[in-house]
Design a protein. Structure first.
Lengths: 356, 324
């Protein structure tokens, strides 16, 4: 057992893609902690490395061209039940490094201990197999149930996620389900082995807003019922606001800010986070205010700028920002930000706390 | 304000095969079913609804990419539905469209200069040098470097490509622009850039917009008036600032409550009206009110009678039996 209630700790994860044009630094020295029984939101634009991070955790990075070049993914050893691979000493006592597992041991982790909900349910379900077969497969493979038991449990899971006539719908094919229903099936599938962690990668991006509301409500409901931690990845700050306990903001393969959900939205500690919030209109805004966009576009990861990756688009950028990358500093309780504006020598900007 | 575009009882049905792979059995998919609205000069009208509600079809039918099944589209006192191809071509130069996908709507084999200049080539405007001059000017207008006219679309990012699409739409000095989900394929930080640019262009060039989108917060931000569509029918029309405060139709209420707000304090305790089920098939829509199968307040009358679009005062139109 590890004492500090940590389910997963990513440390210094670095994932690169070796392409003909050069090396793409998709994730660079990323660290992140997921506590037990919590929801962590990861927010970032396309190309910020949020999906690559999670694919690295699952070890699903296509290789070549992708390569995980450094770091550890520590996962709670008590949950995995792999005593001989569990750290006995040191800061990660009681944890297992997923990146160090052989392929067959990793197969026992995927689906069983870490479930995944993908963005596009049409692409991630097999069109030529019935839903029932796809639902029961992981339970049978992981040896959790016989075929008959798995079938019964799958029917219960479908009922739980709100599919009408689950008994009959088990024999249907994915094309007979609507987009929202397929996403419900994906959720049921991810939860069928009662994993300790569920990773939801943009679970509602391809859905309509009314169906998105259904799916988010369902995820909240299930979270209360089943004791899993959830990592929800999204490009939309507003989706994460209603779900997450802790939010991580990513940009160009790095964590720019990490904070408790209330702190992040009330006192963002990074110009990028502030910019994101001002650039989306709010439905509850009384007056029509002009949006404040973030000028420029995200950096090319083949040749990222020196220094802070956000500096070329940052309106507060100082000389040092273009030369040196700022460290991730604590700016409050459980609140980290990667910005030189928190340095005591930096000029005062409203909303920025100075720390040594 | 004078009316620039008037759409009356517009219907667009598509013939679809419902028989299966080897049996032919045709049915009509009612993509747009009796839609009427008008747009004033200089106004921005938002058209919102879920996938399959017919919002894109309305836009495409107005520019003449589809022939309407029935109804009339009057643009500056000309009925577009009865115009000859030659006359329609002339009108179309003033009626432009910005497409959703900036990756699919630009020809990858043409240079950006040629893409933007093509409308002028088609209408044989000016000399070659004048056209080149105009292309440079348009690139500057949309915030791109005029020296990039010789580059190809793949050399630009998504946001830049959308700017190219907008420059092409502006080439003929249009009066009316239909923007079909112009920002939904873009990253959040880029969306605001494009929206601000559209607002500036409207101010400087006196444009009128029909802004089609599913993002209600953005539609509310950019539009003066909002039209809510459901399954090919208009369910509510109102000023955008009022529709959030006083939505009348149960569908509009549900749609608004489904939009997440980027504030955890509001979001964690918000009571959502969650609609059950999915959008019914437009091939076989429910009888009476199309929304009744998902409506929280549906009564027997909703299945029998189709509600009329009624004016509730000061241009607030709604089609529901139980709104008074």
């Amino acid at each position: 057992m590890n004492e500090d209630n940590v389910l997963m700790r990513i440390q210094g994860l670095t994932t690169n893609f070796h392409t003909y044009a050069g090396v793409v630094h998709a994730v660079d020295d990323l660290s992140l902690t997921v506590p037990k029984d919590s929801v962590v939101g990861i927010v970032g634009e396309s190309g910020s490395g949020k999906s690559v991070t999670m694919m690295s955790v699952m070890r699903l990075i296509p290789s070549p061209p992708g390569r995980i070049e450094g770091g550890n993914v520590w996962f709670d050893g008590a949950a995995l039940g792999m005593p001989d691979r569990t750290e006995k000493e040191g800061p990660n006592k009681g944890m297992v490094d997923l990146l160090g597992l052989p392929a067959d041991a990793m197969m026992k982790v995927r689906g069983r201990h870490i479930g995944m909900i993908f963005q596009d349910p049409m692409v991630s379900l097999n069109p030529v197999l019935t839903i029932g077969l796809q639902m029961t497969e992981s339970m049978v493979v992981h040896g959790l149930a016989t075929k008959e038991e798995a079938w019964k449990r799958a029917v219960d899971m479908l009922a739980l996620v709100g599919i009408p006539n689950p008994e009959e719908r088990m024999r249907d094919y994915p094309h007979q389900y609507s987009g929202g229903m397929r996403q419900r099936v994906m959720i049921a599938m991810a939860l069928s082995c009662s994993p300790e962690l569920v990773i939801a990668d943009e679970p509602t991006t391809s859905l309509d807003v009314t169906v998105q509301a259904q799916i988010l409500e369902l995820m909240k409901e299930l979270k209360a019922k089943l004791k899993s931690s959830i990592i929800i990845i999204s490009h939309d700050l507003s989706i994460v606001a209603g779900m997450a306990d802790k939010v991580v903001v990513m940009y160009a393969g790095r964590v720019l800010e990490e904070a408790d959900v209330y702190d992040l939205y009330e006192k963002p500690g990074h110009p990028y986070t502030m910019g994101l919030m001002k650039s989306v209109p709010r439905l509850d805004a009384e007056n029509r205010e002009r949006l404040v966009p973030i000028e420029g576009s995200p950096p090319d990861l083949l040749s990222p700028p020196a220094g802070c990756k956000f500096a070329p688009r940052c309106k507060y950028a100082m000389n040092i920002c273009r030369e040196q990358e700022p460290p991730l500093v604590m700016v409050g309780e459980g609140h980290r930000a990667r910005c030189f504006l928190h340095h005591p020598a930096a000029p005062a900007v409203i909303g920025f706390v100075k720390v040594d | 304000m004078d009316t620039i575009l008037k759409v009356e009882h517009l219907k667009k049905y598509f013939a679809v095969n419902v028989g299966g792979p080897f049996t032919r059995q045709m049915a009509s998919l009612k993509a747009v079913d009796d839609v009427s609205f008008d747009v004033g000069r200089g106004e921005t009208v938002g058209l919102v609804g879920e996938t399959g509600c017919g919002k894109t079809t309305v836009g495409r039918t107005i520019v003449g990419l589809y022939k309407p099944t029935a109804g009339a589209i009057t643009y500056c006192d000309q009925n577009l539905c009865v115009l000859t191809n030659e006359a329609m071509r002339k009108v179309r130069s003033k009626l432009q469209m910005i497409f959703q996908d900036p990756y699919a709507s630009l020809n990858p084999r043409m240079t950006v200069g040629n893409i933007i200049g093509e409308p002028m080539d088609i209408f044989s405007i000016g000399t070659l040098a004048e056209r080149r001059e105009r292309v440079q000017e348009l690139l500057r207008t949309v915030g791109l470097n005029p020296e990039h006219a010789n580059r190809f679309p793949h050399e630009f990012s998504g946001g830049q490509r959308q700017r190219i699409g907008i420059a092409r739409a502006l080439a003929m000095n249009p009066e009316f622009i239909i923007a079909d989900e112009p920002i939904s394929a873009l990253d959040v930080s880029i969306q605001a850039q494009i929206v601000n640019m559209l607002e500036d262009l409207q101010q400087n060039l006196g444009l009128t917009y029909l802004f089609i989108a599913h993002d209600l917060a953005m539609v509310k931000h950019i539009s003066d008036r909002v039209i809510v569509l459901y399954l090919g029918k208009v369910v509510e029309v109102d000023e955008s600032k009022d529709i959030y405060r006083h939505p009348l139709h149960p569908y509009t209420k549900a749609l608004l409550s489904a939009v997440p707000i980027p504030d955890p304090r509001i979001e964690m305790q918000r009571q959502r009206i969650v609609l059950k089920g999915d959008l019914p098939s437009p091939v076989n829509p429910p009888s009476g009110c199309h929304f009744r199968t998902r409506c929280p307040i549906a009564q027997p009358i909703c299945a029998e009678q189709q509600p009329e679009l009624r004016d509730m005062g000061s241009g607030h139109m709604v089609s529901c039996h139980f709104v008074s």
